[in-house]
Design a protein around this ligand. Structure first.
Ligand SMILES: C[S@@+](CC[C@H](N)C(=O)[O-])C[C@H]1O[C@@H](n2cnc3c(N)ncnc32)[C@H](O)[C@@H]1O
Length: 573
């Protein structure tokens, strides 16, 4: 049946939309109803109607859902930040689990999903370690702060958000009192006048260090010393800063920061790893659950200490450093240069020498590095933004054939799409674990483990020949690009030779020996040339040029002697 604007419908709410609105059906017509929760029977007025669906305004809750609870925050409805606060936490977790399952089934085409129990919080409130409060004026001219009402820029006055730390209120009380005392005006978006735009508060959950940063439309704040004195009466304060943003836009933070007192960062930990966090740093907002999320990713990676791991979309390297605790080498890729600077600093701060970070697009850096070094990875971890992974990246993963892929996702729909791609090309869905990083909101994070479909021992020959094919075609395409150039290719031939009875040392062991004993770096290509000269059987296709014009570099005498010494050392000749 079709409904029109202003029609009244009665429906049972059965699902929840991306903005937390209840979804129900009236005679096959789907209606989205804000503020209705799963299990409610409601009366709603259709405000906007399309052919098969419409948006309704809640008129009456006829029978409340047994899972309805009184929201902890009195502003939950207006604010819109906590779309699910009126639903019991248990039901929220159930909803998030079925959302992930539904996407894997419908989009991914998976059945028998190996789903683990969702990791929820014991106390699903006060988990945010960062809050940015806009400052403005009420209709009667008072200075106010709080949160923007959903999809608007009007401030809902609230200094005590149920998701933030309890110290937020005291900070805001003191900042507003200071503004009143020194007659400091809040910034007005319409006129571009006024000084204080936002108050940013960051809190270290495991260190109890707090930073307060005022974002101002100017260089200086009247009475800076007095403000510092007041904020320092809160025992957790270790840093007071200003951030200058004079631009007329919606971006909260400007680029310039100035320290008023204390240190220019707070320190916090995730697991055993410490991070220095400045006002501009990206850092996960729920550190308890982040530790559990990364712990799950680490568990799925199954590291023993010998693995080479790529962490793609690595941000400031938080997952990379977690993995580096147990891997031989971790390589991170991230598009934002400042985040990579942070990643390097954090690796240094925690003493991880087994990490390397690249700035760039994951879908460009990974294929380039693979073409350059030919080195495969044991484990690849991806944690992309909501849109998921680029297809070029997924095809490179297939080409690199890591033993395991760990996929961390903030959008289960794009996750399902990408898993389908990988599982149609040789991977198997082994484990799925949803993690509730943002209780009371509709978001859900998911960690997934994929393994190569077949047992390695039973398909080594097939896999080896597939790799020979892939590496040969890669070589052919490189040669085709630059037919007259000498090209430097370092293919990882261990896999190709793995069935050879004569193989005693791996290519890596030979490289390590030559470096240690002779101080020389040698490529896999050179090793294979010397092995062949010495009559050791190697794969047939890897270093034969596809173009007659191409010149493959030949191993220089000095390196040849060093490689021969290694072969002797390993009793291969
Ligand atoms: C969901 S975040 C993950 C961050 C990090 N793994 C963490 O846990 O903190 C996604 C990251 O991917 C980065 N990003 C977006 N597109 C990218 C691309 N094409 N290549 C590499 N990084 C990208 C974003 O800047 C962001 O830091």
């Amino acid at each position: 049946m079709e409904y029109r604007k202003n029609d009244i419908v009665t429906l049972k709410i059965e699902d929840c939309g991306i903005d937390g609105e209840g979804i129900g059906k009236a005679d096959g017509f789907t209606v989205f109803v804000k503020d209705a929760v799963i299990g409610d029977t409601v009366r709603a007025k259709i405000m906007k109607a399309k052919k098969n669906y419409g948006y309704g305004r809640l008129e009456e809750i006829i029978t409340p859902s047994p899972d309805r609870v009184e929201p902890k925050c009195q502003f939950a409805r207006q604010c819109g930040g906590c779309q699910l606060q009126a639903l019991s936490y248990e039901k929220q977790l159930e909803f998030k689990t079925s959302k992930v399952r539904g996407h894997l089934e419908r989009i991914g085409g998976f059945t028998d999903i190996p789903m683990e129990k969702i990791l929820g919080m014991e106390q699903p409130f006060h988990y945010r370690n960062k809050a940015q409060f806009p400052v403005g004026k009420s209709k009667d001219g008072r200075i106010i702060t709080g949160f923007y009402a959903g999809r608007t820029h009007s401030i809902i006055e609230n200094r005590d958000c149920a998701l933030g730390v309890t110290q937020n209120k005291e900070v805001l009380d003191r900042v507003i009192a200071h503004m009143e005392k020194f007659n400091i005006q809040p910034y007005d978006e319409n006129t571009g006048k006024g000084l204080v735009r936002h108050v940013l508060i960051r809190y270290g959950f495991f260190t109890d260090e707090m930073m307060v940063c005022l974002i101002i439309n100017g260089e200086k704040l009247p009475g800076e010393e007095a403000l510092v004195k007041s904020l320092c009466q809160i025992p957790e304060t270790v840093s007071v800063m200003v951030n200058v943003n004079k631009k007329r836009n919606n971006v909260i933070l400007g680029e310039k920061v100035r320290l008023l007192w204390g240190q220019p960062y707070i320190t916090d930990k995730i697991g055993e790893i410490s991070y220095q966090i400045s006002p501009l740093s990206f850092f996960q907002v729920n550190p308890y659950q982040t530790g559990r999320l990364y712990g799950k990713a680490l568990e799925y990676a199954q590291l023993s200490g010998n693995e080479t791991v790529w962490d793609l979309y690595c941000g400031i390297g938080t997952i990379s450093l977690f993995l580096a605790q147990k891997a031989k080498m971790v390589r991170g890729v991230e598009i934002i240069p400042a985040a990579i600077e942070n990643a390097k600093e954090n690796a240094c701060l925690n003493g991880f020498a087994n990490t390397e970070f690249f700035v760039g697009k994951a879908e460009e850096v990974l294929p380039e590095q693979f073409a350059r070094t030919g080195e495969r990875a044991d484990v690849i971890v991806v944690d992309p933004p909501r849109k998921g992974c680029d297809e070029t990246l997924l095809s490179t993963i297939i080409e690199m054939q890591p033993d395991r892929v760990v996929y961390v996702s903030c959008d289960s729909a794009t996750l399902a799409r990408d898993l389908k791609y990988l599982c149609e090309r040789g991977y198997e869905l082994k484990k799925v674990c949803p993690v509730d990083m943002f209780p009371n909101t509709v978001s859900v994070e998911t960690v997934v483990l994929l393994s190569q479909y077949r047992d390695k021992s039973t398909c080594l020959d097939e896999r080896g020949s597939r790799q020979i094919e892939m590496q040969a075609s890669r070589l052919a395409s490189l040669l085709a690009q630059k037919p007259d150039d000498t090209i430097e290719i370092d293919l990882d031939l261990d896999e190709l030779d793995a069935t050879s009875a004569e193989l005693k040392a791996t290519y890596q062991e030979i490289k390590d020996y030559v470096l240690k004993e002779f101080g020389l770096k040698v490529s896999s290509l050179y090793i294979s040339q010397v092995k062949r000269k010495c009559g050791i059987e190697v794969g047939e296709n890897y270093n034969l040029p596809k173009s007659e014009n191409a010149r493959v570099p030949q191993c220089p005498k000095e390196k040849e002697d060093a490689i021969k010494a290694a072969l002797k050392y390993y009793a291969m000749i």
